[in-house]
Design a protein. Structure first.
Length: 340
């Protein structure tokens, strides 16, 4: 009988426990389970609640990004103050200085300009040094700079000019249009006398006012009555010098207005080349600076091998050197004459 009562009491207790468990949330942590919450663990089973784990303290000194670092301790981003930077910023700095010419804005622009000039000067110096060491690019070949070199060079130029003028004088002569009242003609006449003495150039002096001026004893003379010749040749100013072929087949204006002796020589020789009276090579030898040019004898532009140009770093240099040497072989002979 007693056992029966105990069984009834236990049944009631189990039912009440199940009812309470059903009314509570379905998911509970282990430390929330009651004494009778898990029958499978046995009647006398008891489970201690889980102990809460304490978080280990972290040393703030080693925590990443716990505090912003000192900006001065960080490595600053570098900007190359190169030509591209100057090209991009100098106009901006100049605009800022012009729009608002404060001391700070003007100073920025002034120092940027100074940097540009310093870089240009450095480049020019290095370029000059390189060209002086490169025998192909050395400007000494175009015109000597030493005293002894200039002496021989000047002698060669004079001899070449004399040769050119002699050839021109064989096939052409000068017409000199002047007026007795022209002050510039009075200064041009002595220069023409010197030209005649140096090269024996034949000069026909043509007065446009029928009055002969003094100092022309070595010239031939004509009076342009009614300005027939002047109008036909388009002469409107004095002094005017014309180069006429001896056979009358052609003429060209040499100068309009007063000119120096050197300028007269250069113009006559150039026009002599254009009229076919002297060769191109002889003309080149009369110039004060040799025309050493990589495209002097090339029509249009140079042509290069595309693959070699893109892949061979020395190909372009070799191409230019060969062009310079091929187009200017005459220099070797000319320089030898100058050094004699």
């Amino acid at each position: 009988m007693r056992k029966t009562k105990i069984a009834v009491v236990m049944s009631l207790l189990l039912c009440s426990t199940s009812f309470v468990s059903a009314s509570e949330p379905q998911q509970k942590s282990k430390n929330e389970r009651g004494f009778f919450s898990d029958m499978a663990r046995g009647w006398h089973f008891y489970e201690d609640p889980d102990e809460e784990k304490e978080e280990e303290p972290v040393d703030e000194a080693i925590q990443p990004n716990s505090h912003p670092q000192n900006p001065q301790a960080q490595q600053a981003e570098e900007v190359r103050l190169d030509i591209q930077w100057l090209r991009d910023n100098i106009p901006k700095l100049m605009d800022a200085a012009q729009n608002n010419p404060t001391k700070e804005n003007i100073s920025k622009y002034a120092y940027a300009q100074r940097l540009m000039l310093d870089m240009s000067s450095r480049f020019a110096t290095r370029m000059s040094e390189y060209m002086s060491m490169d025998t192909v690019l050395d400007e000494e070949k175009r015109r000597p700079t030493t005293t002894i070199g200039l002496s021989g060079f000047s002698k060669q130029i004079y001899e070449s000019k004399k040769q050119a003028m002699d050839l021109i004088n064989e096939k052409a002569h000068l017409w000199y249009f002047y007026k007795s009242t022209c002050p510039y003609c009075q200064k041009q006449t002595p220069i023409l006398n010197t030209l005649h003495e140096l090269y024996g150039t034949e000069i026909l002096a043509i007065t446009m006012d029928n009055i002969r001026s003094p100092g022309m004893e070595s010239f031939k003379h004509r009076a342009d009555t009614n300005l027939i010749a002047s109008k036909k040749m388009g002469i409107t100013r004095t002094p005017t010098i014309v180069m006429m072929k001896n056979d009358g087949s052609g003429y060209v204006n040499v100068t309009v207005g007063i000119e120096t002796l050197e300028r007269l020589e250069d113009r006559i020789i150039l026009l002599g080349k254009e009229m076919g009276l002297i060769s191109d090579d002889l003309y080149e030898k009369t110039k004060a600076v040799y025309d050493i040019n990589s495209v002097k004898k090339v029509d249009g532009v140079l042509v290069a091998d595309k693959e070699r140009l893109n892949n061979d770093p020395n190909y372009f240099i070799e191409l230019m050197k060969s062009q310079l040497e091929m187009n200017n072989q005459r220099f070797n002979n000319s320089s030898e004459v100058a050094q004699q």
